[in-house]
Design a protein around this ligand. Structure first.
Ligand SMILES: CC(C)(COP(=O)(O)OP(=O)(O)OC[C@H]1O[C@@H](n2cnc3c(N)ncnc32)[C@H](O)[C@@H]1OP(=O)(O)O)[C@@H](O)C(=O)NCCC(=O)NCCS
Length: 193
């Protein structure tokens, strides 16, 4: 299976800006405590924009006990035994969006600016391509400017922006931004080279 083949590539060591090494690997059931600790490090102002109540232990426990990498593939960045980043590939496995993967990313505030998100999202895009997905998309709250900029640098383009369309965890409305990357087009270019 394509997914099993992709997963065999991990764990993988990468070098960050500044020279430190970091390990990339998928989430496993033993990560419950470390994954919860990772989310607790995210400031409240940012956590409001996360779709799930990640400070609640039960939420993380459910994720770690019901791992289905074919549906949600969380690729973790681990440094000194600590989870410092996560990029997840979400797949629909049927329906209108079965050819589109969704990517989300979060980096521990103390480990930002070292190229971690760039590396994680790059890996997820590569996995998506090898799995035969045709597109990847990413969703944002309008204020997530750093993330929007970063995805643009990785080749994603703005697909839509809808004013005051979504509500954060405190029920405040925000713009919704959808970005996307066409993997097929990329592949055609690659084939021409
Ligand atoms: C956005 C986020 C993932 C970036 O993580 P990071 O590991 O610091 O990003 P990187 O170091 O890989 O930066 C990649 C590029 O993005 C740009 N970038 C990253 N953070 C930025 C910031 N705060 N302001 C402006 N540009 C920024 C940089 O230009 C960088 O390019 P460079 O490598 O040429 O310098 C991180 O700030 C985060 O977790 N934010 C909260 C969660 C979020 O918004 N997720 C997106 C929803 S899917």
């Amino acid at each position: 299976m394509a997914l099993e083949f992709e997963l065999q590539k991990y764990s993988k060591d990468i070098k960050l800006k500044g020279g430190k090494k970091c390990k990339l690997r998928p989430l496993c059931k033993e990560d419950e405590k470390a994954f919860h600790t990772f989310f607790l490090a995210v400031p409240e102002s940012e956590r409001m924009f996360i779709k799930h109540r990640v400070t609640e232990k039960q939420v993380i426990r459910d994720w770690c006990r019901n791992i289905d990498l074919g549906r949600n593939l969380p690729l973790l960045a681990v440094m000194d035994g600590k989870i410092v980043g996560d990029a997840t590939l979400h797949q629909q496995l049927g329906g209108w969006k079965r050819h589109i993967g969704r990517v989300s990313v979060l980096v521990h505030p103390k480990y930002r600016g070292r190229g971690l998100a760039r590396a994680l999202v790059g890996e997820i895009v590569s996995i998506a391509r090898h799995l035969g997905l045709e597109k990847v998309e990413a969703e944002f709250i309008g204020e997530q400017e750093a993330a929007i900029k970063m995805f643009a640098l990785l080749g994603f383009s703005n697909l839509v922006r809808m004013e005051d369309y979504v509500k954060d965890m405190q029920a405040i409305s925000h713009d919704y931004v959808l970005m996307g990357l066409d993997l097929k087009t990329d592949e055609e270019y690659a084939g021409m080279g």
